[in-house]
Design a protein around this ligand. Structure first.
Ligand SMILES: Nc1ncnc2c1ncn2[C@@H]1O[C@H](COP(=O)(O)OP(=O)(O)OP(=O)(O)O)[C@@H](O)[C@H]1O
Length: 629
């Protein structure tokens, strides 16, 4: 973890960190010279009644204090700068990492988990790093410097000091050991709380429409109280530090006063030296206390650090190959004996449990060994009985073979969960086929530059999103270089131009986050226009007109036929009317091809299709209504 954070600090912030440490060490040196000067002031100034010495020593003390202030400010400023720099660099790193995730990687994390990493976790690491630079280095520096000075004054008194230090260290180690566990438990609960808050805020309208506010408030209260209890328990442990410190300080004072008084009486020590001894003692014990607080803080942020590391070291499951093909020739698509599984969904790892972390690591190594052929599947199963399940994941697509010509319109129809979305997701490589090949423009999709491949595919997802910004801004997401005229043309094709013009601000209408100020059907049409602006060779509409009335739906398909005849179109629909006029229609049944042909051919040869047509003609329902028909 330290290696990774050092990488994210970069040269610049490593140098700034060094400056912070330098400022802090100088501050310690200067601060600890003050008691020596003070001893001189008491012994040779006050007691000897020499006011010149009082003035000179006093002046020197003021000068040292000013230098201490200067070095302290420099150290503090650079420590804050380096920590903020580390946080900024980590945030960009995490963000970049998330942007490069393939859908498979995204499936592993909850949205709230990723947001927590970007916000709370990074802040924890930032605060800890700043404290490390300010305090962690300060305590050992103070300890070494002042111990050297105290030993030079009196060996006997320094021994009392060491006994007190030993006692304090034992208390600190015990407290830190228990606080570590307690705080990591608190932070794992925070993650769960954030996830529940995010889920609820996003779904607040559903909560209200089901009048479940009180239930949700109660659920939140339970989570919040759990955190409260764990936090109080963890902080309770930390509270031991202060009484232990005072015990050590007072014990030390009594010891030093007792032995120190004897030393002064026997003229082995001066009053000034005894005074400086007390000052050093308090200085060392205070630094140790600060060190203890920093350790507690580091403990808190170790869990955050692990979560950040997990995202930063995540390797995108889908990447551009070396020497990729950079141009997609045409929009032809071939599925050759394609089977697909999402794999076993990875369970969330309890990063605070070392046993669990080790188990996960071994599991990954075992999977890799089986994939590389360095371990047989039988051996893996012997080591881990669960391995059988991982080695035989559930296939949602089985042996799909079909060939689509460039410019063809393919309707896809099938019951809920029949894997329509899964099938089309393989075209722009949102996921990779587990077995078999997917070809686009005559070449395996895995050979393409990922950007070139995805640029050639316009996909309107079932769960589509608009971003906050004007309609123009949203449309240009598809193509930043598109002119106003291009945007308007795309909207005409998607039957969106008319309603956009009816808004008082037309294309400059502000869209709220998530498109909450437009209707479901309007949102779908804007998303289609956005995809069209890419001028894709392949256009995929995944049930993207479900909220649009049938007449408008038909107009959109007519416009597509006339205006973009060379674009290959995959249209997923639950309504027969949405696919009926396609060149060919694919009927999927539980991830297998049940039929592939024109409307007339399927009516004759495909029982499932014929029954759906019958059901929908009579009842006007969707695909799943054939069951009842
Ligand atoms: N990200 C995912 N991780 C794991 N399983 C998934 C994922 N997405 C879909 N599935 C599973 O794959 C199967 C096919 O889902 P898919 O969304 O492709 O079906 P669909 O025909 O498009 O359904 P619908 O018509 O309801 O949209 C379902 O059993 C679903 O549970």
């Amino acid at each position: 973890m330290i290696k990774m954070f050092s990488k994210y600090l970069g040269k610049k912030y490593r140098l700034i960190s060094l400056l912070a440490v330098f400022g802090m060490v100088m501050e310690v040196v200067v601060e600890n010279l003050v008691p020596l000067v003070m001893a001189n002031l008491i012994d040779n100034g006050i007691q000897a009644q020499n006011f010149n010495v009082v003035l000179r020593a006093g002046g020197l003390m003021v000068a040292l204090a000013l230098f201490g202030l200067l070095f302290g400010s420099i150290g503090g400023y650079f420590a804050a700068d380096a920590a903020a720099g580390l946080a900024a660099s980590l945030r960009s790193g995490i963000y970049r990492s998330i942007q490069r995730f393939s859908f498979g990687n995204l499936d592993k994390y909850s949205t709230a988990g990723l947001v927590t990493r970007l916000t709370t976790d990074v802040s924890n690491v930032q605060n800890s790093y700043q404290m490390i630079l300010r305090t962690c280095m300060r305590a050992p520096a103070t300890l070494i410097f002042t111990l050297a000075l105290t030993f030079s004054i009196s060996r006997k008194l320094s021994m009392i000091f060491l006994v007190a230090l030993g006692f304090l260290l034992i208390v600190l180690i015990l407290v830190i050991k228990f606080a570590d566990k307690a705080f990591t438990r608190v932070f794992s609960k925070y993650d769960a709380l954030n996830a529940s808050v995010q889920e609820n805020v996003t779904g607040i309208r559903v909560v209200k429409s089901f009048v479940r506010e009180e239930f949700e408030i109660g659920r939140f209260k339970v989570s919040a109280e759990n955190i409260y209890k764990l936090f109080v328990k963890a902080e309770g442990l930390v509270c031991f530090i202060f009484p232990a410190l005072y015990l050590a300080v007072y014990g030390c004072m009594i010891g030093i006063s007792w032995f120190g008084a004897h030393e002064v009486v026997s003229d082995s020590l001066t009053t000034g030296q005894l005074t400086s001894f007390f000052t050093y003692m308090i200085s060392i014990l205070m630094s140790l206390m600060m060190l203890a607080m920093v350790f507690v803080m580091i403990t808190m942020s170790v869990a955050s650090g692990r979560r950040i590391e997990e995202v930063l070291s995540e390797i995108p499951k889908i990447q551009t190959p070396e020497q990729p093909v950079t141009e997609v020739k045409d929009g032809s698509v071939v599925f050759s004996q394609v089977s697909f599984s999402y794999g076993k969904r990875e369970e969330p790892v309890d990063w605070d449990n070392p046993k669990e972390v080790r188990r996960q690591k071994e599991k990954q190594e075992r999977m890799a060994a089986v994939e590389n052929g360095t371990m047989t599947r039988e051996e893996a199963m012997r080591q881990d009985p669960d391995f059988r399940e991982e080695a035989n994941p559930r296939f949602v697509l089985s042996d799909v073979t079909l060939s689509v010509r460039s410019g063809e319109t393919i309707g896809i129809i099938g019951g809920t969960g029949s894997s329509k979305t899964s099938l089309v997701s393989l075209i722009p490589r949102l996921y990779d086929a587990t077995e078999g090949e997917v070809l686009v423009g005559g070449k395996n999709v895995k050979t393409y530059d990922l950007k070139a491949l995805r640029d050639s595919v316009g996909m309107v997802l079932q769960k589509n999103t608009l971003f906050s910004g004007t309609i123009y801004d949203n449309l240009r997401w598809g193509n930043p270089d598109a002119s106003d005229a291009d945007c308007e043309e795309a909207c005409r094709l998607a039957c969106a131009d008319e309603f956009v013009r009816s808004f008082p601000d037309g294309y400059n209408t502000w869209i709220e986050q998530g498109g909450s100020n437009v209707s479901g059907g309007q949102k779908q049409r804007l998303c289609i226009a956005r995809a069209l602006l890419k001028k894709p060779k392949i256009l995929i509409l995944d049930d993207s007109t479900s909220a649009v009335d049938t007449a408008t739906d038909a107009s959109i398909r007519k416009a597509f036929r006339e205006k973009i005849p060379n674009t290959t179109k995959f249209i997923i629909s639950q309504r027969i009317s949405g696919v009926k006029d396609a060149d060919r229609i694919l009927v999927l049944e539980e991830g297998r091809v049940s039929g592939f042909g024109t409307h007339e051919e399927l009516l004759k040869n495909n029982e499932i299709y014929a029954s759906v047509v019958a059901a929908q003609t009579e009842g006007g329902g969707d695909f799943d209504e054939r069951e009842e028909a």
